[in-house]
Design a protein around this ligand. Structure first.
Ligand SMILES: [Zn+2]
Length: 337
């Protein structure tokens, strides 16, 4: 066997054993068998059905895992074990889900023990944001980077950090939460943590929609017309589309989104000086309409070396991003075990 001394921190992984990867989301469960090189041998997903409680949802998850194991067959070869990604709070060191707010009724679930018993393989658990960062670093845009910041901007804002070539977890395993840095002192109340002025309270999809509803009410009160003043719920996409058409109310909401995201990223870039900032999640579907002004703000505001070092890109993403993240933390932690 040859050894490639020029390989990056991820090394030459061709032919090395892969993992079973499980992704537990609030609306969707997903599973896949993933090779050490990121090749996905099989993939499947289904609704979580949070309302049925943890036992039923875990049964569906483990059945999904068995399906992808069967689909991958012998081609996947020997597996290292099981990597599991889920929203926190959780304990990645004991493998216990403490009580994720998007999974009502899931309190103190020893998910790695349960998976270990089910599959007869060692299992590890990480925050899905941490897993996402590891996935982008190992398989995605961040290959070859030393330091990478990952943010997923959707209903809330999650994320993770790869720091000097290592996935960062923090003292209790829930570190690297970019959504809860302060971007407006004394500002809007954050739904997730209860504090005021968090990045998530401005730039998440939920918060963009909430600010749009408030801006429409204020516009109506002062007699300003806006295309957002119509029946039915508003989304971040509606705000983006209306701002593109030059609607003044939508533009104001969109500008605050760009300002707060730019401000939050500037703080993070100053702290970590990453080579790459990867943005995923539904809100980033706006692409360069969001990213271009955010890049300009970070370039103008961040400290010189950090501003010159950080590239801001959209996640490689897709439906399988959560599974690739779970695979990345599984490969990292089970290979070390
Ligand atoms: Zn918060």
């Amino acid at each position: 066997m040859t050894h490639d001394h020029n390989a990056g921190p991820q090394g030459d992984t061709s032919g090395a054993p892969g993992v079973l990867a499980l992704d537990i989301g609030g609306t969707k469960l997903a599973a896949g068998v993933v090779g050490a090189d990121g090749r996905m041998w099989s993939f499947a997903s289904c609704p979580t059905g949070v309302e049925d409680g943890p036992e039923a949802a875990l049964r569906r998850l483990f059945e999904l895992g068995e399906k992808v194991l069967a689909d991958a067959g012998a081609a996947a070869g020997q597996l290292l074990g099981v990597g599991i990604g889920c929203g926190g709070p959780l304990d990645p060191y004991t493998g216990v889900l403490i009580g994720p707010p998007h999974l009502t009724g899931w309190t103190d679930i020893p998910v790695t023990d349960l998976a270990g018993q089910r599959y007869g393989l060692p299992a590890v658990l990480d925050n899905d944001g941490t897993a996402g960062a590891a996935g982008e670093w190992r398989f995605g845009a961040g290959r070859g980077c030393r330091t990478l910041l990952y943010l997923t901007v959707s209903t809330g804002i999650g994320g993770g950090v790869v720091l000097d070539g290592r996935t960062y977890r923090g003292g209790a395993g829930n570190g690297g939460e970019p959504g809860h840095i302060t971007v407006r002192s004394g500002g809007r109340r954050c739904r997730s943590c209860g504090r005021q002025g968090c990045l998530e309270a401005y730039a998440s999809g939920t918060s963009i929609a909430e600010r749009a509803v408030e801006a429409v009410a204020a516009a109506r009160a002062r007699g300003t017309a806006t295309v957002l003043d119509r029946p039915g719920p508003l989304t971040a996409e509606d705000v983006d589309a209306a701002a593109q058409q030059g609607d003044p109310v939508a533009t104001q909401v969109w500008t605050e989104t760009v300002d707060t995201l730019g401000s939050g990223l500037t703080s993070l870039v100053n702290v970590f000086e990453p080579e790459l900032v990867v943005l995923g999640g539904g809100v980033t579907r706006s692409g360069d309409r969001l990213l271009e002004p955010v890049r300009r703000l970070v370039a103008a505001q961040a400290m010189g070396p950090a501003a010159r070092t950080a590239r801001i890109v959209v996640a490689s993403g897709g439906d399988a991003a959560g599974v690739l993240g779970a695979a990345a933390i599984g490969l990292e932690r089970l290979a070390d075990a």
